[in-house]
Ligand binder design. Structure first.
Ligand SMILES: Nc1ncnc2c1ncn2[C@@H]1O[C@H](COP(=O)(O)OP(=O)(O)OP(=O)(O)O)[C@@H](O)[C@H]1O
Length: 272
């Protein structure tokens, strides 16, 4: 395992008006590893990801990327660092083919015409680099693909751009058993290729099957980030539902402040 995170967050706060959604959040994503980001509905996972991807600006805290402090104020800032997010609802266009989807909004041109051969070759190389062989033709419309194949194309699209950190939002949520296994294999391969991968998931089987570390958010606080081999399934469930489990997580009994947020200063959850 790598000792140095590719991305590290320290002391992140984020409020929407009077509602504090993230409180003093620490988080780290390591190259070559899958970090599972877990938490109950409303814990703040999406908000954290939107801060990392520049959709939301943070109220306080530091971002350190590759050892350097960075500012992420827009999706463009995040993309220029090589941060890509694959959302659960995929944002693929049914009426476009695989190549068109992978290059949507970032098309290659030769003069004023689209450079189809280059785009097709880059798409083919990216899929081959991920050992994806399930797609018959790069020119088929994504409407004709299975859920697992669509997810694969969405992930390949994210890694096409020399990404270094890929965040996957519930990539297996809509998939059956066999397709889930395929997508998890692909998630593992991304990390094995050296990328830092963040996997948001509610599915503990997926989390334990593929992650190297688990980061647990509870009511906007990062209550633990630990190696997957150092924690049990039951402990993760406790962290998600109660904010603590034995030595891990919140020190004091969590008390909500009426906005659903736990009090400040009640966490031991560091980054290990
Ligand atoms: N734009 C917003 N304005 C006000 N409150 C918001 C906004 N976005 C999120 N919240 C609140 O922040 C909290 C965290 O929401 P978030 O969507 O980040 O949680 P989540 O962990 O991703 O949940 P889920 O698993 O259900 O997607 C929730 O209480 C939510 O209502």
């Amino acid at each position: 395992m790598s000792a140095t995170p590719l991305l590290e967050l320290r002391g992140i706060d984020k409020s929407f008006g009077p509602v504090q959604v993230l409180r003093d959040v620490a988080f780290a994503a390591y190259p070559g590893e899958v970090t599972a980001l877990v938490g109950d509905n409303g814990a703040g996972k999406s908000t954290l990801v939107k801060c990392i991807s520049g959709i939301y600006s943070t109220d306080a805290g530091q971002f350190i990327f590759d050892g350097q402090p960075v500012s992420i104020h827009s999706p463009r800032d995040a993309a220029s660092l090589g941060i890509e997010v694959v959302y659960q609802d995929l944002a693929l266009c049914d009426n476009l083919d695989i190549v068109q989807n992978m290059f949507l909004g970032r098309e290659k041109r030769r003069g004023i015409v689209l450079d189809e051969p280059t785009m097709e070759q880059m798409a083919a190389e990216t899929l081959a680099g991920l050992s994806v062989r399930t797609v018959k033709s790069l020119r088929q419309h994504v409407s004709s693909l299975s859920g697992g194949q669509r997810q694969t194309v969405a992930i390949a699209k994210a890694v096409l751009w020399n990404s270094r950190l890929v965040i996957l939002d519930e990539p297996t949520a809509a998939l059956g058993v066999a397709q889930t296994a395929q997508v998890l294999e692909l998630v593992r391969r991304l990390a094995d290729n050296g990328l830092a991968v963040v996997l948001i998931s509610h599915n503990m089987n997926d989390v334990f099957a593929v992650s190297d570390r688990i980061a647990a958010l509870y009511l906007g606080q990062m209550v633990a980030q630990v190696k997957t081999t150092d924690i049990t399934h039951a402990q993760v469930v406790e962290l998600i539902t109660a904010g603590r489990s034995g030595e891990l997580g919140l020190v004091t009994e969590p008390a909500t402040n009426g906005n659903g947020a736990a009090p400040a200063g009640s966490t031991t959850g560091g980054v290990s």
